[in-house]
Ligand binder design. Structure first.
Ligand code: PMP
Length: 414
């Protein structure tokens, strides 16, 4: 596992945990809660809860359209949030588009950027480890135009077969869309290398950063990708809010996708002219508290430090893997050398939902199902798995509780 800089000061996990009130509760007749469902959504620190509460308590107003004191404050906070988010990602506010999440960001690129350019026989290159959010939008635009989806395979250890991926960057490839960190395997893809290869082949890139943004520092400018998307709720921020980072020239060339208020310049029944990006892609009243909450989450996580967070999570991953290694019948999905703290697994002969229910009864929250990666599960001959995923506030006690609970579940189901 590629641990980040080992000189990074360790995080004070006990102090971090006190900032997450939800973690202090007991579940199922006084069991300690070990929250290991962070790939689905992370918990929110006091700093974020406070900012959202303060916004609704004192500043709530619609943005951009009012001159009164509250409207000015809300607008300022909303645009300040854009500046904070852009800075955190190594990008400019003007080319940082607010969306409902990763899913909407990818749909925006598929419909507004790619669809008008696609022709029959064109190709969109995906990988076998994509989340449905990075498959279905491309299928929908491909179906409308006669374009084809081309898929690069995953190796047995859960790493991407990068040689085949590179070979499949062909003369008809119009977009290579790939995940930064797999939400099922934990695999961290070598995105800088992939962007380089795609650029050399003249192919545009979209990176699904949903599982990466809270764990790996991003500099969109240095990376040189065309598009990068993520969701606030996996970054200790609120749900229903996300971001599309794009090269400015792509946004300039993109027609609006959704129409409505706030995205126009002038409107008449004879015709409408549109606002400059990013407003052109933000029709209607936005998720103002979402933007402000996401920026607060970024300030909070930056205070802890992403390098320190990654080192801590890598430690938890290693601890967990060695604590569960000898459990009879355990099969872990994804053991790539560069792996984030996400462990999808099955127990021979047991249903993943039974495993998850037994863990839940012991206070351990994990996810069960296909995790929106059905093609990936099929590739491994599975219909689903249980998944434990770690965040900044997980500690050695969570690891021990999970390992003991899984051992007990394996005995009961074995
Ligand atoms: N891509 C990946 C890798 C994900 O893990 C998720 C969330 N499970 C998504 C995309 C979709 O994110 P959202 O539901 O927040 O739009």
């Amino acid at each position: 596992m590629n641990a980040p800089d080992t000189l990074t000061a360790p995080i004070d996990v006990a102090a971090v945990r006190t900032q997450f009130p939800v973690l202090a509760q007991r579940v199922h007749e006084d069991k300690r809660l070990a929250y290991l469902d962070n790939a689905a959504t992370t918990q929110k620190p006091e700093a974020v809860l406070k900012v959202i509460d303060g916004y609704y308590r004192f500043d709530n107003s619609n943005v951009h359209r009012g001159v009164h004191a509250l409207a000015a404050r809300a607008t300022q906070a909303y645009e300040d949030a854009r500046a904070t988010i852009a800075r955190f990602c190594g990008h400019t506010p003007e080319a940082t588009v607010f969306t409902r999440g990763t899913t909407e960001a990818i749909n925006l690129v598929a419909y507004s950027y790619l669809l008008p350019k696609l022709e029959a026989g064109d190709e969109i290159l995906l990988t076998e480890m994509e989340h449905h959010a990075n498959i279905v939008p491309w299928q929908l635009v491909a179906e409308r135009t006669g374009a084809k989806i081309v898929v690069a395979p995953v190796r047995d250890d859960g790493s991407l077969d990068i040689d085949t991926w590179r070979e499949r960057l062909g003369p008809r490839t119009r977009m290579a869309a790939f995940v930064h960190v797999s939400n099922t395997l934990g695999t961290v893809n070598p995105i800088a290398e992939m962007v380089e290869m795609a650029r050399a082949a003249g192919v545009l890139t979209l990176i699904d950063g949903a599982q990466a943004v809270a764990h790996i520092p991003l500099n969109f400018h240095d990376l040189g990708a065309d598009f990068y998307s993520f969701s606030s709720h996996k970054l200790y921020g609120p749900t229903g809010f996300g971001v599309l980072l794009a090269k400015p020239e792509h946004l300039d060339a993109m027609p609006p996708w959704q129409g409505g208020g706030d995205m126009i310049d002038t409107v008449s029944f004879e015709g409408t002219t549109f606002a400059e990006p990013p407003a052109r892609f933000e029709a209607g009243t936005p998720h103002i508290a979402g933007a402000i909450g996401c920026a607060a989450a970024i300030d909070w996580v930056s205070g802890v430090g992403l390098d320190a967070a990654r080192a801590h999570e890598t430690h938890l991953l290693e601890q967990t893997m060695s604590a569960i290694a000898d459990i009879p019948g355990l099969r872990v999905l994804g053991t790539a050398p560069d792996k984030a703290a996400i462990i999808a697994f099955n127990l021979d002969g047991a249903h993943a939902s039974d495993i998850s229910s037994l863990l839940d009864m012991q206070g351990v929250a994990v996810r069960v199902g296909h995790h929106c990666t059905m093609p990936l599960h099929s590739r491994f001959g599975l219909t689903g798995s249980a998944r434990a995923s770690f965040a900044i506030y997980n500690d050695d006690e969570d690891v021990a509780q999970f390992a003991a609970a899984l051992r007990k579940a394996a005995k009961m189901l074995g």
